[in-house]
Ligand binder design. Structure first.
Ligand code: ATP
Length: 417
């Protein structure tokens, strides 16, 4: 039996280590066993930071979670229906779940779940490197449970499924496999590659919500393009959506996105806009429906064809800033930035950037009330004047509040507008 108690003590910060040890003590006092499982064990060996700890309890996890949280300065959220709890403690998020076994009634369907042992719980997992557990019971603290050779696969940099049916049971594992492979710089093990290719078409049966969730998790990676590119080379990107492309263009533009945002993690919707930029309008519509996008993402995705239509007008040689503003005012900033990264025209790019960096923030100092007090009657005339005033400001003809007042006065004097 390998014991990695020392590694845990070095890996976890003192207050989290204390918490973990307390979980072990509570479990024993309740006649249960508890383990650190999954990603945190993998990352502990790899010396990678991981702020999400998964604790698996042989027995009911909820009373243990409640006892653990009691008197501690954190936030406990319980899900009695699922017998799970999450304890937010400082920067850490600790999930406590009851060990369970899962069986899949049919490929791609959700599993049937029942309580089980730690061995059962490891068997339901995706890859050997994620299927290790470490006991945190006081008498066995640090004992490694590794029935599928996870440590050896970690050492050999391999992503390996636990059994032949793995991708059939849950085709979202195709994307999980590629994410880990690319994130960690590992390789898919030979049989795993064959099975992944064979079973990827079953992704068709997965609900849009589950598929979108996988896509969103890819977009949270440091280099999402690597996952798409690998998916394309393996011939499985088409199973996420037929029209997607993951070649070098994508990498180049994701790089530009990171640079433009000055951040290693640009807005997810900007990545999304670039991912689908080259897709035809009809296919894009189908993509949005299939993956059931909602909220801001759907607004950005639906804006893409509209912005593409608007862009040629931005190439006109004579175009004032207010003209640029009117072309872009109803479009989404993420779509506009994607357009700026994609366009071949320096002039168009410059105008898109002008809108993003300044025009969209231009506000008048005067409002309707101010104009009314200056003698402008409410109604159509007021609306037209506010619009003209905003255009003057966008075009740099007025700058200060006093400039605005002067311009309004001059219009009133002339009886214009
Ligand atoms: P990440 O660093 O990406 O969060 P993680 O390993 O913590 O990695 P989670 O998605 O949080 O990943 O899942 C936690 C654990 O649950 C995994 O390590 C794995 O053992 C298991 N798991 C998650 N999703 C699946 C799945 N679809 N099939 C089988 N096991 C899974």
């Amino acid at each position: 039996m390998i014991n990695i108690g020392k590694n845990i003590e070095e890996y976890l910060p003192p207050e989290i280590l204390t918490l973990v040890k307390a979980a072990g003590e509570i479990a024993v006092s309740r006649g249960q066993s508890v383990y650190l499982v999954g990603g945190v064990v993998r990352d502990l060996f790899l010396k990678r930071r991981n702020l999400d700890l998964d604790l698996v309890v042989e027995g009911d996890a909820l009373p243990l979670a409640r006892q653990l949280a009691k008197g501690r300065d954190g936030k406990l959220v319980t899900h009695p229906r699922f017998g799970t709890a999450t304890f937010k403690y400082g920067a850490y998020s600790i999930d406590l779940v009851t060990a369970r076994s899962e069986t899949y009634p049919e490929p791609g369907a959700l599993p049937t779940v029942k309580p089980g042992s730690i061995q059962d719980d490891l068997l339901r997992r995706d890859f050997s490197i994620n299927a290790m557990a470490v006991s945190i019971d006081p008498a066995r603290f640090g004992d490694l449970v590794d029935p599928y050779g996870g440590k050896s696969d970690l050492d050999r940099h391999l992503i390996r499924v636990l059994h032949q049916r793995s991708f059939k049971d849950d085709p979202t594992r195709v994307w999980r496999a590629l994410r880990y492979e690319q994130r960690l710089g590992f390789r898919l093990e030979f049989d795993t590659t064959t099975q992944l290719r064979r079973d990827a078409p079953i992704m068709e049966r997965i609900s849009g919500d589950r598929l979108r969730h996988e896509l969103e998790r890819i977009l949270e990676e440091d280099y999402p393009e690597k996952v798409f590119y690998r998916g394309e080379r393996l011939g499985v990107l088409r199973n996420l959506h037929l029209a997607l492309m993951g070649n070098g263009w994508l990498g180049e533009h994701f790089d530009m996105a990171r640079e433009a945002c000055g951040s290693p993690k640009p807005n997810k919707n900007l990545y999304l806009a670039l991912l689908v930029w080259r897709i035809e309008d009809e296919a894009l519509k189908n993509f949005v429906e299939r993956l059931k996008f909602g909220g801001d993402a759907v607004r950005v995705l639906r804006d893409i064809p509209l912005l593409k239509q608007a862009i040629p007008a931005l190439a006109a040689s004579e175009l004032t800033p207010s003209g640029v503003y009117h072309i872009l005012e109803h479009h989404r900033p993420e779509t506009i930035l994607a357009g700026a990264l994609v366009t071949d025209s320096a002039l168009v790019r410059q105008r898109l950037e002008l809108y993003l960096s300044s025009l969209r923030f231009v506000e008048l100092s005067l409002n309707g009330d101010n104009l009314r007090r200056m003698g402008v009657p409410a109604g159509k005339k007021m609306g037209a004047m506010l619009k003209a005033l905003k255009e003057a400001k966008l075009d740099g003809k007025v700058i200060t509040r006093e400039d605005e007042r002067k311009l309004v006065r001059s219009w009133l004097k002339k009886g214009k507008r």
